[in-house]
Design a protein around this ligand. Sequence first.
Ligand SMILES: [Zn+2]
Length: 226
Amino acid sequence: MNLLGEINCFAVCLKLSEFAMLVALLIVISISLLAASFMIKMPKHRLLTFVSAQIAAFLAIITTFYLMKCDGMLTIYLYSGYAVISTALIFGVQRFYDRLMIKRLNAKPISNVIGWVQEFTGRLANATVYYYDAAVPRAFAAGKSIFVSFGLLEMLSDDELKAVLAHEAWHIRNNNRAPYMKQLAIMTFSSPGREEIEELADRYAAEIAGSEALSRARSKLDKVFI
Ligand SMILES: [Zn+2]
């Protein structure tokens, strides 16, 4: 069945059905949520809104599918595939991403070498801090893990390290590190401004560790904690 045939079939079946209003309502909800997700700045809320829009669209399609007796609905199969795969990617990939990084960097729990770091970070976010052996000072968050290099630990005072940890904890609380947000950015054909996200993370870090510690850490290692 071709696309025109499908559209025709939709129109005819929906006209005859008492569920037409329900389908129309779901479509309106879905479009509104999708529009809202483009305007929302906070990555976490943006993601939730986007997924809700997707669920509403999926329900509309399932309802339509149920009502229609037309077979060979190519668009429905394609869309179902897309919805299942993209949702699995959003929620599945990041779960394995930090496991992968731990292996690749041969990272170890920070509590093996510094006592207070895990406890401090645990109060800010549900995250585990790992260190790895590299001279280049670097810190980043992935999944539910924060990675800091040995070089970074050597270079920073406790206060400055707290600022970096708070910055990364903000990322984890807002789920906006790769590949989670990259996936969303690809699917919505948009990307939240990187600077904007970094600024929000820095604002939080300044709140927790003080703006002086943060700017000292920034000037020591500009661009190496992201
Ligand atoms: Zn950052």
